[in-house]
Unconditional design. Structure first.
Length: 167
């Protein structure tokens, strides 16, 4: 379980202005497990932090995959959000359906422990809102790395050379 804080900042919007934020707990892997995300912050009319967003998922078999947790919620500029997120993996062994030959041959159950989770936040109006992880972790999802434009002519040239060499 990870506990952290996320500060909602803006250079153009006044403190207390409501903004819409997106959350994505990107989960990969396969196998039994549980994952969850809870975001707490201020809400008008309530004293202390309240739940702004929360969701979890459970995978009950070795062949299941945990689903990503994603959604939107409203926060205030200047607020410090309390984050709690977790990824828990587990396994179980069942010998149901095994024959005596299976046991004698050393058959074992398989499990995948390749689960990983990455938490990202973004604002629906990124020009006016910035998000700062107070632990130093950057929760902003990186942009995909573009393929250089020069790579396409290079690849087509390699294909032509390979074709020419065979002829």
């Amino acid at each position: 379980m990870v506990l952290d804080q996320l500060k909602v900042n803006s250079s153009t919007l006044a403190n207390g202005t409501l903004v819409t934020l997106n959350a994505l707990l990107d989960i990969t892997g396969q196998g039994r497990g549980r994952a969850g995300l809870i975001v707490r912050g201020r809400k008008a009319g309530f004293f202390g932090p309240v739940g702004l967003f929360g969701d979890d998922d459970i995978a009950n078999s070795n062949l299941d995959s945990l689903q990503d947790i994603a959604g939107q919620f409203t926060a205030q500029v200047g607020d410090t959000l309390q984050l709690e997120y977790f990824l828990q993996s587990s396994t179980g062994v069942s010998d149901a359906g095994w024959t005596a030959a299976d046991s004698l041959n050393g058959r074992a159950a398989n499990s995948s422990y390749g689960n990983s989770a990455y938490l990202y936040f973004s604002a629906t109006d990124p020009a006016n809102v910035t998000l700062q992880g107070l632990s130093g972790y950057d929760y902003v999802q990186p942009n995909p790395v573009p393929l250089p434009a020069a790579l396409w002519p290079l690849l087509s040239g390699v294909v032509l050379l390979a074709h020419r060499r065979r002829a």
